[in-house]
Design a protein around this ligand. Structure first.
Ligand code: ADP
Ligand code: MG
Length: 597
């Protein structure tokens, strides 16, 4: 009793609040005190670094978190710069107040951020990279041709911001504060369910969708934010340059933004901030090298990729170099399940009727009926290639069957929308565990609770109360889920440091975060020791007894016959036999085709 009632400590991260913030505090102090040097040359370099980072901070979410290769993001800088400059200079109608013109630059960036981002929903990496480059070229060409607004090749003057951010140290602090705000906002997103959704899309897209992460909407929000920040950076840039022409926005700049993030490390804020700072400042102190900058960036990138693939962020992440305990054991605590799962309402039956699915000439599923009842473990067995995983993929909406229907209770589950299964509380694991290697175990599990968050993207951006409440609840639930599967001591560890069997249990914890009405497990015992399989069996049984309908795909006959209430045997995409474990064990065809002597 004392055991189950004890609060589960959220000791993820482990170390103190200050430790994580120390580098930021140091950077902030240097930035605040730099004007004391009273060196205007250093001031200008720093302003440029801040401006680049205003753009870089947003781009970091696109590139470093979402894994989208937006290599031509300089276009947002160009758009923002020309919008701000042209409006403030009065090239279109009356001159705007410079601060208002800067806001317009941000809006312009936001709009085109979404426009440029749209192809990312359809195109794969390389092709998307090309479209962003193409767009950057178009923007420059338009700037050249649209002389009345942009001044064409002659250019147009940048705005001069009046007090309090007037030229000199006033403008310096303007850039500094905007860079700080951009950092703060993107860090807020990064540590929210939206940020976790982004890296989930990057590293485990299918699992992200199964957890209810809505990729199109999430990516659009991020492109909007990154575009807006790029636009604001552009407005600042036009003021810094005091005069802008199309050739101020070079391909090298775009490469700088992109590589600054990569050498900083994907999925970090501090790393890319340092990376961008480094790439801005270095050429200044090695003036003769400026012509070589593209070459140097490439060489630096190559070096990073070869020597420290995780970038600067990896170098400074000493916590994850502490050795893990060698002989760890997974000790699930199913008795905690009632605290994690809902008080059970009468669960609903998941049913498949007449499902047929072919891939080209291969009939993967040739007419399957299946009923999975709440409170029961339903085993799905059969030889390799008999259609087990495909059946799971149909249920999770990943494949659209050519015939037949999937229902939960009376509700039809439409095919082709995997992220809409989560609201129906249908959860799953994968034959090959799909986790975010670069994220902590706790973060991985928190991804599973994505749809329970109430706060909007904007609320997370500003850490408003609903965002904070979401985070506390998700964290608590995830710690509880980890305690259920017996892995809470690994909560703060990067998932790619775990052993295979631990990954399987982390996936189960993530699935449990949905408080599933139906839980589908695809060969969860593969690669586990005999003792681990026994514990897994007890856990699965407990999950079903809590009112969940469990569909268990497995090859371990012992496990199947131990814990299943019902078993369906597939062969060549058809149901070969269905019944109780005892019936299946003595079924002649099953024994000869699958179970063996
Ligand atoms: P199981 O999980 O029972 O081992 P699967 O469901 O993975 O089997 O596969 C069933 C059949 O469907 C196999 O013949 C497999 O090659 C085929 N198949 C599965 N997925 C695809 C796909 N995406 N494209 C083409 N064929 C597929
Ligand atoms: Mg399979």
């Amino acid at each position: 009793m004392t055991d189950t009632a004890a609060p589960i400590q959220a000791r993820a991260g482990g170390t103190g609040w200050l430790e994580g913030k120390l580098a930021w505090i140091a950077l902030g102090l240097v930035g605040l005190l730099l004007p004391l040097l009273d060196d205007s040359y250093i001031g200008v370099i720093a302003q440029r670094a801040y401006i680049y980072w205003v753009l870089g901070a947003g781009l970091n979410l696109v590139v470093g978190y979402a894994g989208q290769i937006a290599i031509g993001w300089v276009s947002m800088l160009t758009l923002g710069a020309y919008t701000t400059a042209a409006l403030a200079a009065g090239n279109v109608g009356e001159p705007w107040h410079p601060y208002l013109a800067l806001v317009a630059g941000g809006v312009m960036g936001a709009v085109f951020g979404v426009v440029v981002g749209l192809p990312a929903l359809r195109l794969r990496t390389f092709y998307f990279a090309m479209t962003t480059l193409g767009f950057a070229t178009i923007v420059t060409q338009v700037a050249l041709a649209w002389k009345s607004v942009t001044g064409g090749g002659v250019g147009t003057p940048g705005p001069v911001f009046p007090w309090p951010f007037d030229p000199g140290w006033g403008f310096y602090y303007f850039c500094f504060f905007l860079a700080a705000i951009a950092t703060w906002m993107t860090a807020n997103i990064a540590s929210s369910r939206f940020g976790r959704g982004l890296i989930a899309i990057r590293d485990a897209e299918v699992a992200a969708e199964a957890s209810g992460v809505a990729k199109p909407k999430l990516l659009m929000m991020v492109f909007l934010l990154a575009g807006a920040l790029g636009g604001v950076a552009g407005g600042l840039f036009s003021s810094l340059q005091s005069y802008i022409t199309p050739d101020a926005f070079t391909f090298e700049m775009s490469v700088l933004f992109f590589i600054g993030i990569l050498i900083g490390g994907r999925g970090s804020i501090l790393g890319p901030a340092l990376g961008t700072l480094l790439l801005t400042v270095l050429p200044e102190f090695a003036a003769p090298l400026v012509q070589w900058s593209t070459f140097l960036y490439a060489a630096l990138l190559l070096l990073i990729v070869l020597v420290i693939p995780g970038g600067i962020a990896d170098l400074i992440d000493y916590k994850n170099r502490r050795p893990l305990e060698q002989h760890r054991e997974i000790a699930p605590r199913p008795e905690l399940l009632p605290r994690l799962l809902d008080e059970r309402r009468d669960g609903e039956v998941l049913s498949l009727k007449g499902i047929e699915l072919s891939f080209g000439g291969v009939r993967a599923i040739a007419g399957i009926d299946l009923e999975i009842r709440p409170g029961e473990v339903h085993g799905l067995i059969g030889p390799n290639g008999s259609g087990k995983t495909t059946t799971l993929n149909v249920i999770s909406g990943y494949y659209a069957p050519q015939k037949g229907e999937v229902r939960l209770g009376t509700a039809m589950l439409p095919p082709g929308a995997p992220h809409l299964r989560a609201p129906h509380r249908i959860a799953r694991t994968f034959q090959t565990p799909r986790l975010i290697g670069a994220a902590s175990v706790l973060e991985n599990v928190m991804v599973g609770g994505t749809i329970d968050g109430q706060g909007s993207f904007a609320e997370s951006l500003l850490t408003l109360p609903r965002h904070r409440r979401d985070e506390i609840q998700l964290r608590e639930a995830a710690m509880l889920a980890l305690a259920v599967v017996g892995l809470e001591s690994l909560a703060g560890v990067r998932a790619d440091r775990l052993q295979h069997s631990e990954l399987r249990f982390v996936e189960i914890a993530r699935a449990l975060m949905l408080r599933p009405a139906c839980l589908m497990l695809d060969e969860p015992a593969a690669g586990l020791s005999a003792e681990e399989i026994r514990r897994l069996g007890a856990l699965i049984k407990a999950v079903s007894r809590a009112g969940t309908a469990v569909l268990l795909v497995e090859h371990h006959a012992d496990l199947i016959f131990d814990i299943c209430d019902r078993v369906t045997v597939l062969n060549l995409g058809k149901v070969l036999a269905a019944g109780t474990p005892a019936e299946i064990r003595s079924h002649r065809e099953v024994v000869s085709a699958y179970l063996g002597a």
